[in-house]
Design a protein around this ligand. Structure first.
Ligand code: MSP
Length: 520
């Protein structure tokens, strides 16, 4: 097994059903997990739900159910989404699990032991929707002059007894962290925002509430529950068995990446490292704040009626198409937009017409013209060598981009390689060679077979189901589908030695149709 790689998503509030923004984050995390596995890393992938806090309690009251009932019901929708999107997660962590109470109380106790918690009175602004405290200076004016949070959500003035965390004490250590580890906050634009915020001074943070009880009880203060973000962030440790010194904790912590949206970067890059420093725990290596997904350029909201159920989208277009579209269309880190037309156009052009067609043409010509029998050590000419060299170079460039979390850039390299292969097919015209020079036709088709094999492995983290269906047809061993397969030059001879022949191929990337109700 390779070096460990621990990746987490944000844990979503299950106060309603999941939407496409949640799906986007979880798909991206799955692509990273699969990419790292394909590179030989030993991956642990955790996701889950964030079930405490006022927002959950209020929603439950509104619906006339208990918070627990709301969580139990809605969490199942998130779990179903994770499965339907083909997420290869290892742990689905719920913050209402008993083990999570223990972990949260342990980190609380560690912070208390450090002398970083004290009792005082909180007076200030709070946004229930963001579950966040804001300074007066951060607020913006809404249409009718009413005060709103910087995210545009309503805020209310709160006064209550509260435990405080000495966040101010960590200003310098945090700035030192950002300086010593510029890679800690990505992308760069978010890093600059956080540095500016911390340089502006940090106030101590209110970390408990007494006005409601839907949370983790504060050790030794029975009328207080923890501020939801204290327990929420601790989920990343709960799944590893913290506070016990388990082999999992030893092996996987600190996390290699917390993948989250841009709206919650402050919690992950200011509060979380400060809590961990206080509790004497190692800090995560990277926090990546991805952009927001918009619908036709607009924010999604129930009032605009543009909230789409990701499972419906996946059913209409196929999970692989949705995954490919989101990774290809949106420049990772920036906001991006989706629409049914854009999904159909992108997937038909690139998956069905370009790569799907290349694979289908190659396999069916080998099936028809070579009886499905593969050949090895055929004489190659310059065009063949050049094609394989170009494809290899573009795949390496793609992998470099993926390693740096630039998926659209990586897929652009992949498409260039596919275009090169299609141009080669047209130039070499194997259908003509069949009559004029059958030996040359075989060399061309086997060059293409190698290129398709490598391109399939390279894109497998993004579209795993379709690629597995293709690789099954190509005779690739299911347990050898890592990037090592791309570098293994002996695979064709091994396949021939095993007696493999190609059967009549079937396409794996169907052409998508725009549903009638989406046609403009
Ligand atoms: N519960 C907190 C996270 C706690 S992590 C210790 C939370 N939950 S959330 O349900 O509001 O959001 C979950 C994730 O989805 C966040 O990373 C958030 O940024 C992301 N997104 C929510 N809406 C989104 C879009 N429209 N587009 C992309 N991501 C979005 O925050």
């Amino acid at each position: 097994m390779g070096e460990p790689f621990y990746i987490t998503t944000a844990i979503a509030y299950p106060n309603g059903k999941p939407h496409i923004g949640h799906a986007y984050e979880w798909i991206a995390a799955d692509v990273i997990a699969r990419f790292q596995r394909a590179q030989g890393r030993d991956v642990r992938f955790q996701t889950g739900t964030d079930e405490h806090g006022l927002k959950m309690a209020q929603k439950a009251r509104e619906l006339g159910v208990t918070p627990r009932q709301l969580c139990d019901e809605m969490t199942e929708h998130f779990r179903a989404m994770a499965d339907a999107l083909n997420m290869s997660y290892d742990v689905f962590q719920r913050t209402t699990d008993e083990a999570h109470y223990r972990a949260s109380q342990a980190i609380w106790q560690a912070m208390a032991d450090k002398g970083d918690l004290y009792l005082d009175r909180y007076e200030g602004w709070y946004s229930v929707r963001d579950e966040a405290f804001y300074d007066e200076s951060e607020l913006i004016a809404g249409d009718d002059g009413v005060k709103l949070s910087p995210q545009g959500t309503p805020v209310e003035w709160q006064v209550e007894e509260s435990w405080f965390f000495r966040l101010s004490k960590y200003q310098k250590p945090l700035l030192d962290l950002y300086e010593a580890h510029p890679e800690f906050i990505q992308p760069e634009s978010r890093r600059n925002e956080v540095i500016r915020f911390v340089e502006g001074g940090l106030r101590d943070l209110s970390v408990s509430r007494t006005s409601f009880d839907w949370g983790v009880p504060v050790p030794g203060s029975p009328n207080h529950v923890m501020y939801v973000w204290v327990d929420a962030l601790t989920n990343y440790l709960t799944g590893l068995g913290y506070p016990d010194k388990t082999p999992e904790l030893e092996k996987w912590w600190p996390a290699d990446i917390h993948l989250i949206g841009k709206d919650i970067v402050r919690f992950h890059t200011v509060y979380w490292p400060a809590f961990l420093m206080s509790a004497d725990l190692p800090l995560p290596k990277l926090v990546f704040g991805h952009g927001f997904l918009l619908h036709r350029g607009e924010k999604m909201s129930k009032s605009l009626g543009n909230v789409v159920d990701p499972l419906e989208l996946a059913q209409t277009f196929g999970v692989d198409s949705l995954r490919y579209f989101l990774m290809r269309e949106v420049s990772f880190g920036n906001d991006g937009s989706y629409s049914a037309e854009a999904i159909v156009t992108r997937c038909n052009a690139e998956l069905a017409n370009s790569f799907g067609n290349l694979a289908q043409r190659t396999l069916s010509m080998i099936f028809k013209n070579m009886g499905g029998a593969l050949k090895n050590e055929l004489p190659q000419n310059n065009a063949d060598v050049e094609l394989l060299g170009t494809v290899g170079g573009l795949i390496s460039a793609m992998q470099e981009r993926f390693a740096g979390y630039d998926f659209s850039g990586g897929l652009d390299h992949w498409m260039q390689a596919v275009f090169r292969c299609n141009a080669y097919v047209d130039e070499q015209a194997p259908w003509t060679l069949r009559k004029t020079d059958p030996a040359r036709m075989e060399a061309v088709l086997m060059t293409l077979f190698r290129a398709v094999h490598d391109l399939a492995h390279a894109v497998r983290p993004v579209v795993p189901t379709a690629i597995d269906a293709l690789l099954d047809q190509m005779g690739s061993a299911p347990d050898a589908r890592t990037f090592a397969a791309i570098d293994n030059t002996g695979w064709v001879s091994d396949l021939i030695a095993s007696g493999f022949t190609l059967s009549q191929p079937t396409g794996v990337f169907p052409r998508l149709e725009l549903p009638a109700d989406e046609v403009a």
